[in-house]
Design a protein around this ligand. Structure first.
Ligand code: ADP
Ligand code: ASP
Ligand code: MG
Length: 473
């Protein structure tokens, strides 16, 4: 009979304290009753990746290192107190603490090296950032064994092989498949739970890389797709994918089901609950995906489906990405000149910036698009260089960017078949005094994105969320 395989990923909050880890362990114990083979993917404990990266950054470019002692103590206290609460076997506890301490020492050494060099390369930052998952791996594996659940820990650097695009590395699925099966299958066949690190991989030379912030979801999808698993479950701190971020609107409701194309838009436009890269491997491998709450495991959470259901709601969810700027290139001399857009986006690409939104201009007198705020200065410089001649000739009047804006996106497959949604969205925002600076409709027709000024973000999300609530009545 075919053995059933489940990949479960636990996010930062889900492994963020002894209590949370105890819940995760109970969830794993229960899953063992229904599944023959289980792979557990762990994130760093909540707050640890930020702490590691902030310490590294504050040491770069400084004549005198900021005190590392503080960060070091925090890391030790966080991991050791959880280990002491969960691991009673003295030898196992000492071994776990020794391993975590060795990783904390690596952190100190790396930060000192960064301080001496005066800069932190993406490669060095990945080495630092990887330590969070490498520490939680030791902690969770030991705690599972203490709880009587046979578990073996393997770092994903051993089998997720990526390119060398540090901080946003891309896996080589062929090599990764071979290595993952070679390493994890014997562990699973021997009846162990395989525990591994989210977020990290290594390039062909074995140098540690990361898959991008929030990338542990993606790790679970990669592993699920290459094993292959029957299902991937993402355990987080909310009851699944909700109508909006419950931190913005407390009354947000869980969506029992959502389609791949809807979640793809939501994730891309800022819903942190799922990393946007997670969806593709899952869809291509044709495996099930579920998002559920470590702190409320009885709740069914959200199921991802190929088609999704029409739950009667045209707009299903609303999301926002903050800290963006709108860049505009304008000038009457652009009219009819071929290749302006190609050159503009070529210039943007040369700064390695990705463009989340391009507005549909009806004339050729301006091109307008959004970029992350921190990249705006570089983008403007690159554009001014590319169009230096046109600016000189007054064919282009100016290249400029706005202050910080947010992209607010409404998502729902039903919008495709329902006329007048954009009108409703606009009047709702107008009625709440929110000014719309730009608009773009997703080419898949399951989303409409609007650009609003940064201070209007919350009001816009709340107002649009009311549309969902009203149509659900
Ligand atoms: P984890 O550490 O488990 O990966 P994240 O913090 O990355 O958790 O993602 C979960 C968070 O995503 C939630 O706490 C919630 O605030 C946020 N979030 C944003 N949009 C949504 C949404 N539409 N549905 C659910 N959660 C959302
Ligand atoms: N720990 C990593 C981060 O904070 C990855 C993750 O949690 O998904 O970005
Ligand atoms: Mg996350």
């Amino acid at each position: 009979m075919q053995q059933k395989t489940l990949v479960m990923k636990f996010g930062g909050t889900s492994v963020g304290s002894a209590e949370a880890l105890a819940r995760a362990i109970q969830i794993i114990r229960e899953a063992k009753c229904d599944w023959d083979r289980i792979v557990v993917v762990t994130s760093a404990m909540a707050g640890v990746t930020n702490l590691l990266l902030d310490s590294a950054a504050s040491n770069a470019g400084k004549a005198h290192a900021s005190p590392l002692q503080d960060a070091e103590n925090k890391l030790r206290t966080k991991h050791f107190s959880a280990a002491e609460a969960l691991i009673k076997d003295n030898a196992a506890l000492e071994e776990t603490k020794r391993e975590i301490n060795a990783l904390i020492q690596v952190f100190v050494n790396l930060c000192e090296a960064i301080q001496i060099l005066g800069e932190a390369s993406p490669r060095a930052l990945d080495a630092v950032a990887s330590l969070g998952e490498r520490m939680s791996l030791r902690l969770l594996t030991a705690a599972l064994n203490e709880a009587g659940i046979k578990a073996k820990g393997v770092e994903s650097t051993e089998f997720i092989v990526t390119n060398s695009n540090f901080q946003n590395a891309h896996p080589d699925f062929c090599v990764t498949k071979e290595k993952t099966q070679e390493l994890l299958n014997p562990i699973l066949e021997a009846g162990f739970i395989a525990v591994t690190t989210g977020f990290i991989g290594a390039n062909a030379e074995g140098v540690v890389t990361t898959l991008g912030r929030g990338g542990s979801d993606y790790s679970a999808a990669i592993i699920g797709s290459v094993l292959p698993a029957d299902e991937v479950w993402i355990w987080t701190d909310v009851d699944g994918v909700m109508t909006t971020d419950p931190k913005i609107v407390a009354s947000a409701k869980t969506l029992a089901e959502i389609s791949y194309s809807e979640i793809a838009e939501l994730a891309y436009y800022g819903a942190k609950v799922l990393h946007p890269k997670t969806i593709r491997p899952i869809v291509e491998a044709g495996i099930g995906l579920r998002i559920c709450n470590t702190f409320n495991p009885a709740h069914q959470g959200t199921r991802l489906t190929a088609k999704g259901t029409r739950n009667g709601q045209v707009v299903k969810a609303v999301t926002a990405i903050q800290k963006q700027r709108l860049v505009t290139i304008e000038g009457r001399g652009m009219l009819g000149v071929p290749g302006v857009a190609a050159r503009a986006f070529g210039a943007v690409a040369s700064t390695k910036t990705s463009v989340p939104l391009i507005t549909q201009a009806s004339s050729e007198q301006s091109i307008c698009f959004a970029v992350p705020s921190e990249t705006a200065e570089n983008v403007l410089n690159a554009l001014e260089k590319t169009f230096a001649h046109e600016i000189e000739e007054d064919d282009i009047d100016r290249v400029w960017s706005t202050d910080d804006v947010s992209i607010v996106t409404v998502v729902g497959a039903g919008m495709k078949h329902t006329p007048g949604v954009a009108g409703k969205v606009f009047s709702q925002l107008g009625n709440h005094g929110v000014n719309v600076l730009a608009i773009a409709q997703g080419s898949s027709e399951v989303s409409i994105s609007l650009v609003v000024e940064a201070p209007d973000t919350e009001q816009a999300v709340k107002a649009l969320h009311e549309l969902i609530v009203e149509s659900g009545r």
